[in-house]
Design a protein around this ligand. Structure first.
Ligand code: NAD
Length: 395
């Protein structure tokens, strides 16, 4: 494929939407991808008006059906190379399956769908077609998440015994949805959010961080889903005790009612030799604590091989584009790293007709499926007051 920038179409993103904006910055980050089109709102008239108001010229469409159908009649260089789905959870499945049917790669927000049947359909479709599909688990895009994964998976902490993976927020500590606030309204509505509130919204990030960093899978869990704010239809706080497939134990927990907390996502991994700690609110470093030794704090950009703890370091990890340490990378850089890696896979797929998306650079379709399987298993367990409940077998 030539070096023309990839064309991206937005599904969702009009009228005060949130997550489209970090994404569109990340899409433009390297100059090799650009947003060219959008179906930004459910009402066709407003969708076109919102496209007109977009800060740079894009082709507006009245609906994602129209945008997808229009692709077939465009010359190759004008067609969409991928769509980005940034709609509420109940509008992920339909545009995703339609884009895949039209042969268009998809980068979709999490949680993948609102139920396991939809997630299973998507997995089957992606496997059948081989079309690139990514899920936007933002925090995998931090260099320090990549580095944590390398440390834990290469056994430098010994055998993993315990993991605490958490995401604590406070923005729903009051009944914000009663004021009509856009993001709170659909997140607390089971028809739009799915069977779970907090757990689908941010619990899936905590689960993904655990799976990405450790490579371990939850086999069985005991879940308490709580609703602290009176009148709220879905959980706003949960605690899940998990058994992992190597015999280790883990807590996956999240809250949206812990007043004062912002986006306190973090992970603690305890192995037989030491512990790793990482927090996304300070995402540029990780702390390693080894038995009987002073703590080691590793900053992105200040990591060298064979330092008494680290051994050889993978070239691709060290080569990931970065700015010098001390110029902080954060949320937008993480998003950009995901889109950069997705772009590389699309270019490979276009050039060779196939690509393996293994989840090492961004969450893949199987990771998306696992998030939904986790939600459904938690809901079942919580309905039986936390009874130990097995996760479904991977498909
Ligand atoms: N990865 C992350 O860190 C992260 C952070 C926030 C949100 N999210 C996810 O992103 C998605 C969107 O969340 P948000 O907070 O940006 O929501 P939002 O309510 O701010 O934006 C949703 C947008 O989708 C549009 N929309 C709804 N139905 C549509 C349709 N049929 N056609 C076209 N547009 C339609 C809405 O008009 C709005 O513009 C959710 O799935 C959420 O879970 C992920």
């Amino acid at each position: 494929m030539d070096k023309r920038p990839l064309n991206v179409g937005l599904i969702g993103g009009g009228k005060g939407a949130f997550i489209v904006h970090p994404h569109q910055k990340a899409i433009h980050f390297d100059g090799t991808r650009r947003v060219v089109a959008g179906a930004l709102f459910p009402d066709p008239k407003i969708a076109l008006e919102e496209a007109e108001k977009w800060p740079y010229p894009i082709q507006g469409y009245g609906s994602y059906d129209e945008m997808i159908a229009a692709q077939a009649s465009l010359p190759e260089e004008k067609r969409l190379d991928y769509v980005l789905i940034v709609t509420p959870n109940h509008v992920h499945y339909d545009p995703a399956i339609k884009a895949l049917k039209a042969g268009i790669p998809v980068f979709c927000e999490k949680p993948l769908t609102v139920n396991l049947k939809q997630a299973t359909d998507l997995v089957k479709m992606v496997r059948k077609t081989g079309i690139p599909f990514g899920v936007a688990h933002t925090y995998l895009g931090h260099w320090t998440s990549r580095f944590s994964r390398f440390i834990v998976r290469s056994g430098l902490l010994g055998e993993v015994r315990w993991v605490d993976s958490y995401y604590i927020q406070g923005w729903l500590a009051t009944r914000l949805e009663a004021s009509g606030q856009k993001q709170a309204s659909w997140r607390t509505d089971p028809k739009k959010s799915g069977a779970a509130g907090c757990i689908g919204d941010i619990g899936t990030h905590a689960l993904m961080q655990l799976r990405y960093v450790t490579g371990l899978e939850v086999t069985e869990l005991s879940a308490q889903l709580e609703r602290f704010v009176p009148g709220r239809a879905l959980d706003d706080h949960f605690t899940i005790y998990c058994r992992l497939n190597n015999g280790a134990r883990a807590l996956v927990r999240a809250s949206q009612i812990c007043s004062g907390h912002k986006n306190d996502l973090g992970i603690v991994v305890c192995g037989t030799k030491g512990t790793l700690r990482w927090r996304q609110e300070e995402p540029e470093s990780i702390t390693i604590s080894l038995l009987g030794q002073p703590d080691r704090i590793y900053w992105r950009g200040c990591v060298t091989a064979n330092d008494g703890f680290l051994k050889d370091l993978p070239a691709d990890l060290m080569a990931e584009p970065t700015i010098p340490p001390g110029h902080p990378e954060a949320f937008h850089d993480a998003f950009a790293r995901l889109h950069r890696c997705f772009e590389a896979d699309i270019r490979k797929w276009k050039a060779t007709g196939k690509v393996t998306i293994d989840g090492s650079k961004y969450a893949n379709i199987d990771d998306g499926w696992m998030g939904i399987a986790f939600i459904e298993t938690c809901v079942k367990s919580a309905a039986k007051n936390g009874a130990w409940t097995k996760m479904p077998k991977k498909i």
